[in-house]
Every structure is written in structure tokens, then in C-alpha cells.
Design a protein around this ligand. Structure first.
Ligand SMILES: Cc1cc2nc3c(=O)[nH]c(=O)nc-3n(C[C@H](O)[C@H](O)[C@H](O)COP(=O)(O)O)c2cc1C
Ligand code: SF4
Ligand code: SF4
Length: 281
């Protein structure tokens, strides 16, 4: 089988998961090609492929706006091409599963058959910074699950999440993020710590940052991915109204995985439940 993988990722967590799935599919004798969903050249159409994977980070219990926009550009599938959703999120909340509602609706309308949803909890790139131990445990658990998930995909299998009225209502309400971010993102600013290296502009998947006189200028296409502020080597990007939640600096994932008693106190029960589920699989 030949798979095409479309992936939107701001700070690399989702890209890592999609790359790992591609590697495992290849190890299982399948072909898989990965393309970024970004403002650059559009990726190839899924025609000629036997299956499609769509990777995205959960943003406010939804798929990011560029992912929904991209799905709307897909051609109609005459042969019910199977699709698997692959997502990452900072927390193991059931509400994150609601982020699949709109992608599934768009894909169904276009004749695709969503066969499965895979979800990996990865460290937050906004709100707060997870400890190195938490980051290592999350990535380790996802890395162990990915070969099994790739085998399910290769066998054409998977399971779908069920979302009741409460999840639908919360997810629908918070989709306001999609219209708010272009306005909030325009007010992002580089502080005097900026050294004009241009990294923020080069990592922005939306092509939303132009370097003008050696400083970044933010346009109106921000999708809140946080790549600019998270990856700035000087921690110089202020993210307007969201600045109190800014997290800066890539995780190394090199720490010793957090033991149960070291699991962060915020939402401890749900992280422990998630880790147990992943580690018992
Ligand atoms: C604007 C924004 C909103 C987010 N909303 C959620 C959320 O609703 N639930 C959650 O668990 N994580 C949320 N996250 C965390 C990301 O989903 C998580 O860190 C993800 O792994 C980032 O993936 P990436 O590195 O591929 O961009 C949010 C992150 C951002 C930037
Ligand atoms: S990445 Fe940071 S230091 Fe580099 S240009 Fe952007 S804001 Fe300035
Ligand atoms: S401006 Fe920053 S947060 Fe907005 S899309 Fe670009 S990199 Fe992501």
C-alpha cells in the first residue's frame, strides 16, 4: 500500500509523530510520503495513493485553521479513500478528541472514509513548560505506541472517537480561535533582545513573518502554532494577549522519564491514567 501523510506542525511534536509513523510503515513494507501543510507549495493530491494520514496538533480542542482549510481543498474521492487522523496535544483530556469532529465531517462530505484516530500526548508549547522528565515519558510512550498504530494502519484498521453534545459545544465555541488569531498574531512583537537572525520567519508554517530592516514583522495569517516564540533563540517574541502563556525553547526529550510521583501536579490523575493506558497496551 502507498500512503500520503499531510502534516501541520508548529513546534515539531506532530511532525515527529508523523515521521515516526512513516518510518514504521516503511519497516512494515508499505510506502509512505510525508508533506507539510504550510503556506509553501501545495502538497500533491492523494490520487494514486491507497491511504491518507492527516497530522495536526490540537488547538483549543480543534484542528488548526490551516488544516481545515487544506482538507477543504482535497479532491472528491470516488473510491472512499481511507484516512487516519494523527494528533498530538499537551494534555490527555477526552475533550481533545473533539478536534476530530470537523476534519471528519469535511472528509466524509468529500467521499473519504476516516478509519481511525491516533492521539499522542506531547509536551505543551504554550501555557506552561513540562519538565524534562514528563517530556521524556510522553515521547517514550508515543514511540512505543507508534509501531502498533502503524501496523493497524497498514492492515487498514483503526477506531474512531465518539463525541457527545458537550464536547461538540465546547469545540464549536472555541473555534473562535480561528478568527481571533489573525488579529492577535498581528500584534506579536520582537523585543530589544532580537538579534535579527530570521529564525522566526524561516520556521513560520504560514509564511506570516517578514524580516524588515533586520526585525520580524508579523502579518495577518497567524495560526497560533507558536513556532516563532517557542523556537526564537533569544526568547524575543512577545505573543500579545497570550504572552503570559509563552513557552520558549525546544524540549531535548533527553531526561529520565518521570516516575509516577514526579508527574506534574496539574491534571495529575489524567496524565497518570494516560501513561498507564499507553504503557499497558
Ligand atoms: C494555540 C494552541 C492551543 C492549544 N490547545 C490545546 C488544547 O486544546 N488541548 C491540549 O491538550 N493541548 C493544546 N495545545 C498544545 C499542543 O496541542 C501540543 O503542544 C502539540 O503537541 C503541539 O504540536 P506541534 O509541536 O506539532 O505544533 C495547544 C497549543 C497551542 C499553540
Ligand atoms: S528568531 Fe528571535 S532573535 Fe531571531 S529574528 Fe526572530 S525574534 Fe529576532
Ligand atoms: S506568526 Fe508565529 S505563531 Fe503565528 S503562524 Fe507564524 S510561527 Fe506560528
Amino acid at each position: 500500500m502507498k500512503f500520503i501523510v499531510y502534516c501541520f506542525s508548529g513546534t515539531g511534536n506532530t511532525r515527529w509523530a508523523c515521521e515516526a509513523l512513516v518510518k514504521e510503515l516503511a519497516a512494515a513494507g508499505q510506502e509512505a510520503e510525508l508533506y507539510a501543510i504550510s503556506a509553501g507549495d501545495p502538497p500533491p493530491s492523494p490520487q494514486g495513493f491507497d491511504g491518507v494520514l492527516v497530522g495536526y496538533p490540537v488547538h483549543a480542542f480543534n484542528a488548526p485553521a490551516p488544516v481545515l482549510q487544506f482538507l477543504k481543498t482535497l479532491p472528491v474521492s470516488q473510491k472512499r479513500l481511507p484516512v487516519w487522523l494523527v494528533r498530538t496535544s499537551g494534555e490527555p483530556l477526552g475533550l481533545n478528541e473533539a478536534s476530530g469532529i470537523t476534519p471528519k465531517r469535511i472528509l466524509k462530505k468529500k467521499g473519504y472514509e476516516v478509519r481511525g484516530e491516533f492521539h499522542y500526548v506531547m509536551p505543551y508549547n504554550i501555557i506552561f513548560r513540562h519538565s524534562d522528565g514528563m517530556a521524556a515519558r510522553m515521547k517514550g510512550d508515543a514511540a512505543r505506541a507508534i509501531p502498533r498504530d502503524a501496523a493497524l494502519i497498514a492492515a487498514g484498521k483503526g477506531a474512531l472517537c465518539k463525541n457527545g453534545p458537550f464536547r461538540r459545544m465546547v469545540s464549536f465555541t472555541l473555534r473562535v480561535e480561528h478568527s481571533a488569531m489573525p488579529m492577535i498574531g498581528r500584534r506579536f512583537k520582537a523585543t530589544e533582545k532580537c538579534v535579527g537572525c530570521g529564525k522566526c520567519a524561516s520556521v513560520c508554517p504560514q509564511g506570516n513573518i517578514k524580516m524588515v530592516d533586520g526585525k520580524p514583522v508579523f502579518g495577518k495569517n497567524c495560526a497560533a502554532c507558536m513556532a516563532c516564540s517557542f523556537l526564537c533563540p533569544q526568547d524575543a517574541v512577545k505573543i500579545s494577549l497570550l504572552n503570559g502563556w509563552r513557552v520558549n525553547g525546544a524540549y531535548t526529550f533527553e531526561g529520565v522519564p518521570a516516575a509516577d510521583e514526579e508527574v506534574c501536579r496539574y491534571c495529575r490523575k489524567s496524565y497518570l491514567r494516560y501513561f498507564r493506558k499507553m504503557e499497558e497496551r
